[in-house]
Design a protein around this ligand. Structure first.
Ligand code: HEM
Length: 148
């Protein structure tokens, strides 16, 4: 039991480091996008952001509801936990447009087509808008973990 609990806590924190670096990197790559030659950098950061998101969700849900930490009731009664997941929901809403557009760009490139990159500045803004929400989630997570 110690090993799984420990492993999930470590993975959850690694996801934080990867996720923050990837979301910032993707924002910069999108903001600096001039033509399709810059898409490699966008997709690279986006792939890592995807890895972080899946890791956050899987390890987070197991920690909250898998009986490995303080138990389901503790988290459901914690306004920090509810606040943290509300912010996460907001991040997912902001992420919808960039996620769908980058999937479309990948498919167009695979078909040998050149994607219309005119929405890149807007995708960069939607990406950077997620950063303060993720940072706020860290503050809430630390308060939640300590029962503040
Ligand atoms: C579905 C999404 C998520 C769920 C269900 C979730 C759940 C949890 C749980 C249960 C803990 C353990 C708290 C404790 O020790 O009692 C935790 C810790 C933590 N979470 Fe999440 N989490 C999620 C997403 C995230 C995200 C996106 C971030 C970063 C932005 C994050 C940052 C942290 C941090 C930094 C801790 C460690 C807190 C500490 O020990 O000081 N979590 N999370």
């Amino acid at each position: 039991m110690f090993t799984l609990r420990f492993l999930l806590a470590v993975l959850h924190l690694f996801a934080l480091a990867i996720g923050l670096a990837a979301v910032y990197g993707r924002g910069r790559a999108l903001r600096g996008l001039k033509d399709a030659t810059g898409l490699g950098g966008v997709f690279h950061a986006d792939n890592w952001y995807g890895v972080a998101a899946v890791t956050w969700i899987l390890t987070g849900l197991l920690r909250a509801f898998g009986g490995l930490e303080k138990g389901t009731e503790y988290y459901l009664e914690s306004h920090w936990f509810v606040g943290k997941l509300t912010l996460f929901g907001l991040v997912l809403v902001l992420e919808l447009k960039p996620m769908i557009t980058l999937i479309r760009w990948r498919m167009q490139l695979r078909k040998g087509l050149t994607p219309d990159l005119s929405s890149a500045p807007r995708l960069a803004r939607l990406t950077f808008a997620q950063v303060p929400l993720l940072v706020l989630m860290v503050l809430m997570a630390a308060a939640m973990a300590r029962g503040l």
